[in-house]
Design a binder for this molecule. Structure first.
Ligand code: RM4
Ligand code: MN
Ligand code: MN
Length: 436
């Protein structure tokens, strides 16, 4: 098969094989060299590769479009115009990386009258549906009551009822798509001291959330997502993991806490929060991303990969202490303003898989010994040794063995997919501002 750069289907297995072919020799030799390094540490490289091949993180449907900041949105060429086109982009990401086997929908952004067709399109692409996300932080056209002053915690019971109803509808839609969780993030809060009765607002939240909770099918989870601030700048109702945990334990066993890495103050020790939620048995899921200051949605691992590694260090530790317990739901949640969203999502999924593989390399027996002996330096070095190991060949081998690309971004660029989309998807969204 002859491939002309710029006109290929990036999901085509022959195209991917042709892209891999010139890279195979280097991968073989890098993989062998790494295998020898790991063997000296008592680690069988193929075991790590197998585990890495099993890793998956869900793509946020909203992530495949160019997002924006509060100031502007600069649309990119060929953006998806509906949920079907979003699925097509997610399918490209999955075909090349093989680490993104599911998609997390956001409603009503992704609403369609043909759920059966959506499910079929996903199945054809080998994609499943992860948690559904509800949206009561925006008003939709034709919506009777406004969320300007809140949704599930609004002072007006009629607004709360409308927001509850929307969440129950999200569950119904999710059931038809095979999802198993509802992610609840609300923007409710106050901009000024005195605007809210802080205690009463949380009580209204618990009352509303309990009415959503009773609508969960037995095998579903309610994932409660906290966020320190924005859009409320003084006091957010579900602002931190303590409040999230309090809500989860009040609501019942199907309620879990979701940690969005970008939703904390700078320097907060997120891995410690993760450890506490593991202890409480309430860690439900993640939204992976990275941040430096106040923005919560940069590409995962792009600013502080060590922090991401330390989160996975806790997760791998917990999994090894309690084998067989289901892992939390892994999702990306990012806003791409200056990159091609498909490229950002591919590299982010690889970054998350990277720290997972690195966390598997931690010599836990040695670490336990150093911890018991109070050898702080060697304990810290043990983590560093795993983190500084270049597991790139493991990830590339895992992708290649699963039918993906050794170098997904290179393959994506040479397919010309973005230019093909630009020709087929004339822009339909305005250039206004907005976080999403
Ligand atoms: C929020 C939060 C939610 C996401 C929205 C779009 O900051 O992270 O998870 O649904 O953004
Ligand atoms: Mn999030
Ligand atoms: Mn966010």
């Amino acid at each position: 098969m002859t491939l002309t750069t710029g006109q290929a289907n990036p999901r085509d297995t022959q195209f991917i094989a042709a892209q891999n072919s010139p890279l195979l020799g280097a991968l073989d030799s890098d993989y062998e060299a790494l295998g020898r390094v790991l063997e000296r540490r008592g680690v069988a490289i193929d075991q790590v590769t197998k585990a890495a091949a099993g890793f998956s993180v869900a793509i946020p449907s909203w992530g495949v479009g160019t997002c924006g900041t509060r100031f502007a949105r600069f649309p990119g060429p060929g953006e998806p115009r509906n949920v079907f086109e979003k699925l097509d982009d997610c399918a490209v990401i999955q075909a090349l990386t093989r680490t993104t086997r599911s998609v997390s929908l956001h409603l009503p952004w992704d609403k369609t009258s043909d759920l059966a067709a959506l499910r079929e399109r996903a199945a054809l692409a080998g994609l499943e549906f992860d948690a559904v996300n509800s949206n009561t932080f925006q008003d939709q056209s034709g919506q009777p009551l406004s969320y300007k002053f809140g949704s599930l915690t609004h002072t007006d019971a009629a607004v709360r009822a409308q927001a509850i109803e929307h969440n129950l509808e999200c569950i119904q839609i999710g059931v038809k798509l095979g999802s198993k969780a509802l992610t609840l993030w609300i923007g409710d809060g106050a901009n000024f001291p005195g605007q809210h009765n802080l205690v009463a607002a949380f009580e209204r939240y618990l009352d509303s959330a309990s009415q959503i909770y009773v609508g969960l099918p037995t095998d579903w989870y309610l994932l409660i997502e906290h966020k320190m601030y924005e859009p409320a700048f003084y006091a957010t109702v579900i602002q931190d993991w303590g409040t999230s945990l309090l809500a989860a334990t009040t609501l019942g066993p199907k309620a879990r806490c979701l940690v969005d890495l970008g939703h904390h103050a700078p320097n907060v020790n997120i891995e410690l929060i993760v450890a506490r939620l593991i202890h409480a048995g309430r860690l439900g899921g993640f939204h992976f991303n990275d941040s430096k200051y106040g923005d919560d949605d940069l590409d995962a691992g792009s600013i502080d990969p060590y922090r991401l590694f330390l989160v996975f260090n806790e997760l791998v530790d917990a999994a090894q202490r309690k084998p067989g317990s289901p892992p939390p739901a892994y999702m990306l949640d990012q806003s791409h303003n200056v990159t091609d969203p498909i490229e950002s999502l591919m590299r982010s999924s690889i970054e998350v898989a990277r720290v997972y593989a690195q966390a598997l390399l931690v010599d836990r027996a040695a670490l336990g010994g150093y911890q018991r002996g109070n050898d702080a330096l060697m304990a810290s070095e043990t983590l560093k040794q795993a983190f500084t190991t270049d597991v790139g060949p493991i990830l590339a081998r895992a992708r290649q063995l699963s039918g993906g690309a050794i170098d997904p971004i290179r393959a994506y660029r040479s397919s010309g997919y973005r230019a093909q989309c630009a020709a087929q998807r004339p822009a339909s969204r305005s250039t206004g501002s907005g976080i999403v």
